[in-house]
Design a protein around this ligand. Structure first.
Ligand code: HEM
Length: 331
């Protein structure tokens, strides 16, 4: 998108009422290959199509009627401001639906989405955010203290560790590493292993097997069984806690959050929202941190573009303590 710059007139519209609507060009690839390429290499797929076909194009996908992709600012603006009945969202068909379930804020639509948003808001008010910021600083400091000095190391795993510690503390209220044998420890391990396994070829096959399914099937079902096996015991134990009102973690706040009608979240809704927060917040943040650090702090290294698996950094040699916000180029 070219947000912030003056938009050139769009070749694709708006059309006058009596003007025939020209369908945008189609990506010249069959449906199966198109679905495979789009699901596995989304960015390469859409950027190539934009380069070769222009800013508005269609491709043969799983959505009936073949999806149109646009990157023109006028279109983006009109889609975001259109009435839902004129431009209905397909969020309920999201590939995340088998994972985060139907109650998640990510997969809900209309009034249901609004309800989930309202329930999720209390843990994200000003005072709580200040507490999270202090906690995040503390976790990052502790982690940086353990970084090797004077030798290159993969940043991805370090950023994953920081992000996981933040999630366990912010979402579940676990300070430091959860003790072995607890559901929180199981949750931490499961999220870490599943995230690392998610780039394997069998995980990709599992992902494809789930396309178009509302409920998980195949390996994804098993993987989610592991996550659920950790999540529900955490919820169950927290329901018995007698200090819920004093706790500042997101799970405790969600448990006490009520809708305007006085409704509380059910266990299944809590599970869906917790997994949404864990999965929406984990890889996104860990990867953004690693790439940001790599882009602004690490010595330049040749990269192989999007395909590069993990960013590398050289830790500062002069001091163990260096603020991640320092962003001074490494030695
Ligand atoms: C740099 C890190 C992050 C990136 C790049 C990112 C990106 C996104 C994007 C693109 C969406 C829109 C998805 C859609 O509508 O299909 C989204 C939604 C969402 N993200 Fe993030 N996210 C990040 C961090 C987080 C964190 C840390 C959390 C939780 C603590 C989080 C929770 C959510 C939730 C709950 C939604 C759904 C909101 C709604 O539908 O109302 N995200 N994120």
């Amino acid at each position: 998108m070219y947000m912030g710059t003056a938009a050139p007139p769009s070749a694709a519209g708006p059309a006058a009422a009596d003007e025939p609507i020209n369908l945008p060009p189609m990506v010249p690839v069959g449906r199966r290959l198109s679905v495979l390429q789009f699901s596995q290499r989304q960015i390469e797929f859409v950027f190539r199509a934009r380069r070769e076909l222009g800013e508005v194009f269609r491709f043969r996908g799983l959505i009936p009627g073949d999806p149109v992709v646009t990157s023109h600012p006028d279109h983006v603006r009109s889609l975001f401001t259109a009435k839902p009945e004129l431009a209905p969202s397909i969020t309920a068909e999201s590939p995340l639906r088998p994972i985060v379930g139907p109650n998640s804020v990510l997969t809900a639509n209309g009034p249901r989405h609004l309800r989930q948003r309202k329930l999720l808001l209390p843990p994200f008010h000003g005072e709580a955010i200040e507490r999270y910021a202090a906690m995040i600083r503390e976790v990052a400091d502790r982690s940086i203290d353990g970084w090797p000095v004077g030798e290159p190391f993969p940043l991805g795993h370090r950023m994953q560790a920081i992000t996981l510690d933040v999630i366990m503390s912010g979402i579940f209220g676990v300070e430091g590493r959860p003790p072995r044998g607890t559901p929180e420890h199981r949750m931490r391990l499961t999220v870490k292993h599943l995230a690392n396994a998610s780039t394997s070829w069998w995980a990709k096959i599992g992902e494809l097997m789930n396309v178009g399914h509302a409920e998980p099937v195949g390996p994804m079902r098993q993987a989610l069984g592991l996550l659920d096996g950790a999540t529900y015991p955490i919820i169950e134990a927290r329901r018995r806690a007698d200090d819920l009102d004093e706790r500042a973690d997101i799970l405790s706040m969600l448990m006490t959050a009520q809708t305007e009608d006085g409704e509380l979240l059910s266990d299944q809704e809590l599970r869906d929202e917790l997994l949404t927060l864990v999965l929406a917040g984990f890889e996104t943040t860990a990867n953004s941190l690693a790439w940001t650090w790599s882009g602004c702090c690490a010595p330049r290294r040749p990269t192989s573009g999007y395909g590069q698996r993990s960013a590398m950094a050289t830790a500062p040699t002069t001091s163990r303590r260096r603020s991640p916000r320092g962003c001074d180029r490494g030695p």
